[in-house]
Design a binder for this molecule. Structure first.
Ligand SMILES: NC(=O)C1=CN([C@@H]2O[C@H](COP(=O)(O)OP(=O)(O)OC[C@H]3O[C@@H](n4cnc5c(N)ncnc54)[C@H](OP(=O)(O)O)[C@@H]3O)[C@@H](O)[C@H]2O)C=CC1
Ligand SMILES: CC(C)CCC[C@@H](C)[C@H]1CC[C@H]2C3=C(CC[C@]12C)[C@@]1(C)CCC(=O)C[C@@H]1CC3
Length: 346
């Protein structure tokens, strides 16, 4: 109730508000009493309380009307990580984010909250309880991550309290929940094609999977605690479920929850990685004659076969963050939201 009163009448803009995370963000902001503008390249839903502005975020002039009279902008738009289009990632994540910063300043927006990614420090090797002090990856695993690093640096260095412009970056990892277009659908599609038979490595590698409502909660807390002189200014924060789980136990839980068999055979990590690399090279050579999208990419093998979980102590200390939905409940809600992906029994 206190949050609702404090936020009543305050308008914010969600850039990327038609996407998976963005739409959840819009819903929670409305619940908490904010008025919401959405800026996106497409409109994916209708809502009485929301004003939609359609356009490309690389175009500063198109952004400006969506930012007028707004105190906080959330920037969670990005091309899909699987798009594999270097130019597009560079244009949208890097150049587009510069346009977002310029437009925010010009429109008098006081706070910019960026959705970054914990992957900005991941190089394909184990990270256990990694803190925000880890250096950015020198060899990022893909173009998506490369440009998420550029984007985060740009936003954090734009923090300028003297000119009343404050910035913060939230680094979630492995977001899942209702309407997620990636994790559960890709997994089930692979299972349907009989491709989910193998566990990559020994299956003991711990990973963070973060329920979308916790990610949203972290963003809204960050916006509310971001004040002149606060420790949030110009800093990055991991937001996780704070319950790392073995990657393959999580995948198996989703598969069995939707009536698919869990993987049971083991394949050494290095073998899976080189097979995925070989496949990627072959598909690269055959393009544009063949345009098949591989399920097992070197990036996914690296994510599936290594430890990568992160400490969210900084978010707990500086913004009072605690996950609001535990992992078991989060999985149950997610499974319930995908009746159409449940295996049809013969
Ligand atoms: N999903 C995950 O596990 C993680 C995601 N993140 C970050 O979270 C954020 C949200 O991800 P998620 O919700 O999964 O992604 P989505 O693809 O679901 O949402 C992104 C939205 O941004 C839109 N968009 C893309 N390009 C532009 C553009 N040039 N101008 C305006 N709008 C644009 C997309 O439209 P369209 O669909 O038409 O392209 C889409 O509506 C991203 O920044 C991502 O990097 C970080 C860590 C983990
Ligand atoms: C086919 C199987 C080996 C794996 C299927 C599940 C994967 C599609 C997902 C498991 C971990 C996910 C993940 C992301 C995308 C979907 C997965 C690869 C991100 C790359 C999304 C964007 C980020 O910023 C980082 C995420 C890490 C985890």
């Amino acid at each position: 109730m206190a949050t609702r009163l404090r936020s009543a009448g305050r308008r914010c803009t969600v850039i990327g508000g038609s996407g998976f995370l963005g739409r959840h963000m819009v819903e929670q902001l409305l619940d908490r009493g904010y008025s919401v503008n959405v800026f996106d390249i497409q409109q994916s839903f209708e809502s009485d309380g929301v004003k939609f502005f359609l356009g490309d975020l690389c175009d500063k002039e198109a952004l400006l009307p969506a930012l007028q009279g707004v105190s906080v902008a959330f920037h969670c738009a990005s091309p899909a990580p699987s798009s594999d289009n270097r130019e597009l990632f560079y244009k949208v994540n890097f150049m587009g984010t510069k346009a977002v910063i310029e437009a925010c300043k010009e429109a008098g927006v006081q706070k910019l909250v960026l959705t970054s990614s914990a992957s900005v420090v991941f190089e394909g090797t184990d990270i256990k309880n990694g803190s925000e002090d880890l250096p950015y990856a020198q060899k990022p695993i893909d173009y998506y991550t490369e440009t998420k690093i550029l984007q985060e640096k740009e936003v954090l260095s734009a923090n300028d309290p003297d000119n009343n412009f404050l910035t913060v970056a939230i680094r979630p990892h492995g977001i899942f929940g209702p309407r997620d277009p990636q994790l559960v659908p890709i997994l089930i599609q692979a299972a349907k094609r009989g491709k989910m038979k193998f566990i990559i490595g020994d299956g003991k590698n711990l990973v963070d999977f973060t329920y979308v409502e916790n990610v949203v909660h972290g963003h809204i807390l960050a916006a509310e605690k971001l004040q002149k002189g606060s420790p949030l200014c110009g800093k990055a924060f991991h937001i996780t479920n704070d319950e790392p789980v073995p990657f393959w136990a999580f995948m198996s839980r989703i598969l069995t929850g939707l009536d698919y068999d869990p993987p049971k055979y083991h394949i050494p990590y290095w073998l899976a990685y080189y097979l995925a690399l070989l496949l990627a090279l072959l598909l690269g050579l055959l393009r544009p004659l063949v345009t098949i999208k591989a399920t097992f990419t070197p990036m996914r093998v690296a994510l599936a076969g290594t430890f990568h979980y992160y400490s969210c102590e900084r978010a707990k200390r500086d913004m009072g963050y605690r996950p609001v939905v535990g992992l078991e409940e989060a999985i149950a809600r997610t499974l319930q939201s995908y009746p159409h992906l449940r295996r049809a029994r013969a």
